[in-house]
Design a protein around this ligand. Structure first.
Ligand code: M5T
Ligand code: MG
Length: 590
């Protein structure tokens, strides 16, 4: 997990450039923001400057008329400044949100198309954090980060220039406190940065923990582990609190310090300013305007360190997000053959496969299955049965040998076309939150309700669905928790049959169900496999008996093959499995 490491690089312009490349479609807004930043910087010293003139020129000469005119001018500038500032804030935030919206779509799409093996190696929590939290941090780069920093720096420069031009000696005196401010800012930046990192890690840990425990709540409660798990949570939560408090401490120390430094500057202004006035070296207007300049100057300075941190965090987050964007564990899809008209013969020749190099899971599997026939795969747990079918639609790539469909190598087919003609029912049925109909069609709006009902009737599950409150609109909630395992499997049969696949893969669930559901399931399986090439990882004797051929697997190899009668006669592994099941007569489940 290379991208979990956080580099403590303070600034990376290449990354920054890449972040900004996402603004390309919104160049207009970006340029507008920059122009606004410059305009705002330039007009910021204007009000204090006019104030100085009002005191020095109009108050001194008691020109009430001029004073009135100047007052109106100041008011106008105030209005213009406020409007521009509103527009600036609004547009930069708009830009941030829009870019984040685009980026999130891009990242999620990228994740969707990632090779399945990628998910075996990348924790779900990490990917969730990438798509949600990290991208949010990139938003801040736009709204609070770089543009705001540039605007602040321009403002600071503009004010300092005007101050220096007005009275450089006074400026120097007022800003004598600056080294102290810089020191405090640096300390604050480091402290907050450290706590930021800790908070982020703590949030990630909290996320992961809550997510995992909600998913596994059944186990937690069934094993009465609530207290222990709550204790562990408390620990992670405490770290989150402590990290936040460290940050809050830094803030609480820093802001009063800035106030003190500002007060010192004002003190110096009064002390040195009055001395200069007494020596007729400067006017009262200048002192008043300097008072305003200093306030304007300290406002952005106060937030500068904070903004730099936000920027830095954004860049770190961007680096992580870009790692996801740059990962190219893509399925290669160079095949051009469409699977629309395949007949569905399947041939494995010496197929070798492993999830992790060095630990072979399939060690040379060969079989030939004619179109329309049924192959039953049996064997002990961990024998490699599920793996055998995961490689048939290229969820994983094989390491050796060849898989042919209708005489063509798997790689010659367009993978999406191929997959849509291989129906698959998995051991664990996953349901998405939504209605029954949504789950059968996988939210494909092109499939009319009539088709869904037709398929359900064929499978004999229409009545069962209609008995649910709301029928096809019954809300299955997250992960289908409101349905039994048998019911979930029935739904996944409908899911597979809806696409009328040429090849059907069925990984029978081992769970035993009541005899009524059992009959439903058996009928549904018969309907499913009729007239299709089927590979069934079978646990039911009824399914196995009906198969044209049976292969018995053990530790990644085929140890026996034949049909039911011949295998029984051989008195080998199959015979043993069979007699073991025969002994548990009441359950016809292997
Ligand atoms: C076969 C290993 C597993 C086992 C072997 C799914 C999966 C499996 N394995 C991995 O290393 N990573 C994986 O993602 O492969 O596993 P299988 O094919 O799932 O076995 P099965 O379907 O025959 O077993 P079962 O229990 O479903 O009857 O050694 O460690
Ligand atoms: Mg399995």
């Amino acid at each position: 997990m290379g991208f979990m490491t956080t580099k403590k690089k303070s600034f990376d312009f290449k990354l920054l450039r890449r972040i900004f490349s996402f603004t390309a479609p919104y160049k207009g807004t970006l340029y507008l923001a920059i122009v606004l930043a410059i305009v705002l910087a330039v007009i910021s010293p204007l009000r204090p400057f006019l104030m100085q003139r009002s005191v020095d020129v109009y108050v001194a000469t008691k020109d009430l008329h001029g004073l009135m005119r100047l007052g109106i001018e100041i008011l106008c500038i105030l209005v213009v400044e406020s409007v521009l500032r509103f527009w600036f804030t609004y547009r930069t935030n708009w830009l941030g949100q829009t870019v984040v919206n685009d980026l999130r779509n891009t990242v999620f799409k990228k994740i969707l198309f990632q090779d399945i093996g990628y998910y075996d190696r990348t924790p779900i929590g990490t990917l969730t954090t990438r798509t949600i939290n990290d991208i949010e941090a990139i938003n801040d780069v736009f709204s609070e980060g770089i543009i705001a920093i540039v605007a602040d720096i321009l403002t600071i420069i503009a004010i300092m220039v005007v101050m220096t031009v007005t009275d450089w000696r006074l400026t120097l005196a007022c800003l004598a406190t600056f080294p102290l401010l810089i020191l405090a800012t640096w300390w604050f930046k480091e402290a907050v940065n450290k706590s930021f990192q800790r908070v982020r890690n703590a949030v990630a840990a909290l996320n992961a923990y809550v997510q995992e425990h909600l998913t596994g709540m059944y186990i937690v409660q069934a094993f009465a582990a609530e207290k222990r798990e709550a204790g562990k949570f408390d620990e992670i939560n405490r770290e989150h609190r402590d990290a936040n408090i460290k940050g809050i401490f830094a803030y609480s120390v820093f802001f009063p310090i800035v106030e003190i430094v500002l007060a010192c500057s004002l003190g110096l202004l009064v002390w040195y300013g009055v001395t200069r006035i007494l020596h007729y070296q400067c006017s009262i207007g200048v002192i008043i305007s300097f008072y305003m300049y200093l306030n304007l100057l300290f406002r952005p300075l106060r937030m500068m360190a904070d903004k730099f941190n936000v920027l830095q965090m954004g860049i770190i987050a961007a680096e992580r997000v870009f790692t996801v964007l740059d990962s190219d564990e893509f399925l290669t899809n160079n095949g051009t053959l469409k699977a629309e008209h395949i007949r569905g013969s399947v041939e494995f020749t010496d197929v070798r496969f492993s999830y992790k190099a060095g630990t072979p899971v399939l060690k040379g599997i060969s079989f030939k299955l004619e179109a329309g026939k049924t192959l039953a795969v049996v064997g002990h747990t961990g024998a490699g049965k599920t793996s055998l079918i995961s490689i048939l639609n290229r969820l994983y790539e094989i390491e050796g040998g060849q898989i042919l469909i209708d005489g063509h190598d798997l790689h010659d087919y367009d993978i999406y076309s191929l997959r849509s003609h291989i129906g698959i029912v998995l051991q664990d049925v996953f349901l998405f939150s939504g209605t029954i109909a949504d789950n059968i069609t996988l939210r494909n709006p092109d499939i009319p309700r009539a088709n869904v009902e037709e398929v359900s009737k064929m499978l004999g599950i229409h009545e069962f669905i209609m008995r649910l409150p709301g029928g096809y609109d019954f809300d299955v909630m997250e992960r289908g928790n409101t349905l039994s395992q048998g019911q979930r499997q029935l739904l996944s049969f409908a899911r597979a049959l809806l696409y009328n696949p040429r090849i059907l893969i069925l990984d029978e669930a081992t769970s035993s169900v009541d005899s009524e559901s059992e009959q439903l399931i058996q009928h549904a399986i018969d309907t499913l496999i009729k007239g299709r090439t089927s590979i069934v990882i079978a646990h039911r004797l009824s399914t196995i008996r009906k198969a044209n051929e049976i292969i018995v697997m053990d530790h990644g190899v085929i140890i026996e093959r034949g049909n039911h009668e011949s295998l029984i006669e051989d008195r080998g592994a199959y015979h043993n499995l069979y007699t073991a099941v025969e002994q548990m007569k009441e359950k016809e489940v292997l």
